[in-house]
Ligand binder design. Sequence first.
Ligand code: NCD
Length: 359
Amino acid sequence: MRSVIDILDLSVEEIDELIRTACDMIENPKKYSECLKGKKIATLFFEPSTRTRLSFEAAMMELGGSALGFSDAKNSSASKGETVSDTARVVSCYADIIAMRHPLEGAPYVASLAASIPVINAGDGGHAHPTQTLADLLTIYREKGRFHNLTVGFCGDLKYGRPVHSLIHALSRYTGVKIVLISPDELALPDYIKRDVIEKHGMPYYETTSLDEAIPELDVLYMTRVQGERFDDPDEYFRLKDFYILDPAKLENAKSDMIILHPLPRVDEITVDVDADPRACYFKQVFNGKNMRKALILKLVTEAEANPASAKRPTRMLSSNICKNSRCICKSERGLIPQAVETDEGLRCAFCDSAVEIN
Ligand code: NCD
C-alpha cells in the first residue's frame, strides 16, 4: 500500500500512466462510473479549500464511491488536542483512502505512517501539493503536447507557494526545461529547491523581479497568489500582495501560444479581463485536476487492495529533534520520533524536507 506525499513518490512512468488514464476518463467517463462502488474517500481538511476538497470528493463520486470528512479543523477532534496520527488511525476504520490538507508541513506524511489506508497530501503548509502538480501536468500535456523543451516562468510567491515547489520537482525529470523565477527578493524560491532540484538537475534558470522582461520567452507562465496566511508580518503581506498584476497589456509581449496557469484561488494577480484570452488555462486546470485525482484515487485504492502491506520510506531515527522549521509537524505532534532522510546533499527532516545538521 502506498501513499502520495510528494510528487516524486510517483515515477515518470506512473505519471504518464495517470495522464493516459485521465485522458481516457475524460473521453469515456461512463466506463469508470462504477469502478470504486462502495468505496469511500475521507477528506480531512484542516485548512481552507474550495477546489481541492470538492475535486477529490467529486472524483470519488464519479468513480461510483462516496465521500466523508471535514473542511475545518474547528469541526474535528484536532480542536480537542487529538494528534494527526490518532485521527489517521481512526479514519482508517471508516474509509478506503484519505486526502489530507494541513497547515503544518509533514502532517500528511505523519498520517501515512499511522493510517492503514493510502494517504494523499492535498497541501501541507508551504511545502508540497502533489495533486495540484498532476493537474498542472495534465494541462501542460493537453495544451502543449509535451513536457520537454519548455521555458516555464513562475511568478509571484515562490517562497510559500507549495504548487510551485511541487511542479519544479516534477519538471526536473524532463529534459530541456528552462525555469524563470519571477518574484520580489522577499518571496524568492527557497534555496534548497534552487540548489537541490534546479541546479542538481542542471536545469538552466535565472531569477528576476521583472515579469515584463521575462514574459516574451515563456511557453508557460505560472502565476501565483501571495500566501497572506503564511506571513508573520501582515504589513509585509500588504506591501507585496499586488507586486505582479497580469493584465491584457502585459500579455501583448507574450508568445501567441504561451499558456497561463494558476492553481487558484486568484486574488488580484490576474485581472478578470484576461479570462477571455485563449491563453488563459486556469479554469481548464480545475477540470484536469479532477480527472487526475480520479486516476490517482483509482490507482491507489486498487493497489492497496492488491498489496495491503504499508510501504514506508527509508528514514533514519534521530535521538533529538534538530529540525529548525517552526512550521514542521515534528514541533507539535506528541510522540513523534524525529526522523531524517539521507540525500546526496546531506540529511533532511523526513517530515518537511528542510536541511538538518547533526553536530
Ligand atoms: C493552492 C494551494 O492551496 O496551495 N490552491 C489550490 O490547491 N488550488 C494555491 C493557493 O492557495 O494559493
